[in-house]
Write a protein that binds this ligand. Structure first.
Ligand code: SER
Length: 596
């Protein structure tokens, strides 16, 4: 069995059962700021469980790339991965009242629940239309219930009806057989899992509850199905391989590493992490010290710290691109970005790495405190996993303590920047999140600030048009006398590029197109392609500013406003300086109208 064939069999099987194939979501969730990454196929459909009418199709099927940090420490053993693909089928909007209706209309796009979900899972795994696995190899598990949540006897009854013998139906605890929610709140419920030769391959979740932010389980008005089957693990099982690393999805990567003579565990870590690195960079992430960017840095540095690997990294990455290019559309320019990120990160890391290694080698300890581990990270840039590698198995590292220190520094950083913001906007008074402009700007200053604000959006669009779509905003500051815009780019702009950017903005000003906003649900806004600088910072209902009219849209961004109403009000735009702001980030200062 190949991965391509397996993906196809799965999709075909559920399409035959009236499921609509849905595109995977990005690895960075669009509308759930409480989670860092997409860790499951259902995440992009979270709202459909409570609001089924929001989805045209009540049955969906996907292949979703996922990224989980929860297992990062375990990568290297036979089964754990950070990056993987999940095959899943989903249903929304099921109620007891529409149960018989859905049975009658099984040919149509109606919702389903346990009976169909379990029967189809069984058919997919055992029939020749699906995987054709001998039923004798299969066991299942069902939620055994606990205080306030009943035993899932309906699933037991369905498995028995199918013919699974009692001794092959195991009862599991809440930890093993209850799933969700992702993030702070959301749909969740009991699960039933399928095992082949003792290996768990498929998790069927029955979303019967909604867990609120206080942890209360509320019976859901609509019930739903969410299933997830890890492609890599299934491929290993089907091909009689003991580990995912022996399948075609890792084989070439591991082969490429062979000449380095590394321990098996290290080869596996590299093969897993290289995929994560590419898929995260494809999300426009850059390595950094906070949140998602920190995770990307962890992956990069863990791999780079292994002797001899840096020289091989690009070749390994190219193998990954080849492996996935028919399945996923990578962003244009991602290979160039990757090359320069690897180089930059390595230059930065190698500055402190040797000193850090010497420091760690002298530690001579069997236990490293979280405080010390964090100090090593902030001094030498060596992330926690790489520290563990350097220290070896004989030393226990207090990861939880590290995490606490890290979060504390994060909080400190946040309050510093909050204080900075308050100082800047409080004293000076300018454009705030809600779109109010504080009264201590004179009307003339206010007008100038408006012009500069709209010009900032035009500049952003111009940079993407001239330099490429992967230019990403990193910061901006609007004042009456000038605007400042930070963005990711690898090198200084040429004189010609600066001229083209200016000309592009001035052409849009001349066109005198309108500037409008609409209030939108954040998820819808992001899905429609509106740009957002740190999407998690915007409220669920937010404003989207559009420059241009129907058929000639120049820019669409999530933004609190306010703006001019027509671009001609800006007058004229000129770049006054362009220079490096930090590694990989450029800063443009510009003025508008007659400020120059
Ligand atoms: N959400 C469940 C999981 O991730 C099933 O898709 O396992």
């Amino acid at each position: 069995m190949t991965s391509a064939k397996l993906r196809k069999i799965f999709i075909d099987f559920f399409e035959k059962r009236n499921h609509t194939k849905h595109a995977p979501s990005s690895l960075v969730p669009l509308d759930d700021p409480s989670v860092l990454f997409t860790t499951a196929g259902m995440q992009q459909f979270k709202q459909f469980y409570t609001n089924p009418d929001k989805s045209k199709s009540k049955r969906l099927v996907t292949i979703q790339p996922c990224f989980r940090t929860s297992d990062i420490d375990e990568v290297g053993d036979d089964t754990h991965l950070t990056f993987f693909e999940m095959l899943g089928n989903f249903s929304f909007g099921y109620t007891e009242a529409n149960r018989s209706k859905s049975k009658e209309k099984n040919q149509e796009n109606t919702s389903y629940f346990k009976e169909d979900a379990i029967q189809w899972a069984w058919d997919f795994v055992t029939s020749t239309q699906g995987l054709g696995i001998d039923p004798a190899r299969i066991e299942v598990s069902v939620f055994r219930g606990e205080k306030n949540i009943p035993l899932d006897d309906e699933s037991i009854r369905i498995w028995r009806k199918i013919g699974v013998p009692n001794e092959k139906i195991k009862l599991g605890t809440r930890e093993d057989n209850f799933w969700g929610p992702t993030g702070l709140e959301g749909p969740c419920g009991p699960t039933t899992e399928l095992y082949v030769d003792g290996i768990e391959i498929w998790n069927l979740v029955f979303n019967e509850y909604y867990q609120d932010a206080d942890g209360n389980l509320i019976p859901a008005q609509y019930k739903g199905v969410d299933t997830g089957m890890g492609l890599e693990r299934l491929l290993a099982v089907l091909n009689g391989k003991k580990t995912v690393f022996e399948t075609e999805l890792y084989f070439d990567l591991i082969e490429k590493l062979r000449p380095l003579g590394l321990a098996k565990e290290k080869e596996r870590i590299i093969a897993d992490h290289v995929k994560g690195i590419i898929f995260l960079i494809n999300e426009n992430l850059e390595p950094g010290n906070l949140g998602r960017e920190y995770i990307l840095r962890r992956l990069l540095r863990r791999v780079m710290i292994i002797e001899g690997v840096y020289a091989q990294l690009l070749a390994l990455c190219n193998l990954v691109f080849e492996m996935y290019q028919t399945q996923y559309r990578f962003n244009p320019g991602v290979q160039e970005r990757l090359t320069s990120i690897l180089e930059r990160e390595w230059i930065q890391f190698s500055k402190t790495l040797e000193k850090g290694k010497v420091y760690i080698s002298k530690l001579n300890t069997t236990r490293l405190s979280g405080e010390e581990a964090f100090r090593i990270y902030s001094t030498y840039g060596i992330p926690i996993d790489a520290q563990k590698d350097l220290l070896g198995d004989a030393t226990v590292v207090d990861s939880a303590g590290f995490e606490r220190e890290y979060l504390a520094s994060f909080e400190a950083h946040r309050s510093v920047s909050r204080a900075g913001v308050a100082q800047k906007f409080g004293g000076h008074g300018l454009i705030t999140k809600g779109g109010e402009i504080s009264s201590d700007l004179s009307p003339q200053e206010y007008e100038k600030a408006l012009r500069n604000h709209t010009a900032t959006h035009l500049l952003h669009a111009a940079l993407r048009a001239v330099l490429g779509e992967y230019v990403q905003q990193k910061g901006s500051d609007v004042a009456p006398e000038r605007l400042r815009f930070d963005f990711t780019y690898e090198r200084a702009l040429t004189e010609e590029e600066k001229k083209r950017v200016e000309a592009w903005v001035n052409a849009r000003i001349k066109e005198d197109v309108p500037v409008n906003f609409t209030q939108m649900d954040k998820g819808d806004a992001l899905r429609s392609g509106a740009l957002a600088f740190f999407p998690e910072r915007y409220p669920q209902k937010c404003k989207v500013y559009t420059i241009g009219d129907q058929g000639h849209q120049i820019s669409q961004e999530l933004c609190g406003g306010p703006h001019v109403t027509h671009t001609s009000e800006i007058g004229h735009f000129a770049i006054t300086s362009e220079k490096s702001s930090s590694a990989g980030v450029r800063r443009i200062k510009a003025v508008t109208s007659n400020q120059y």
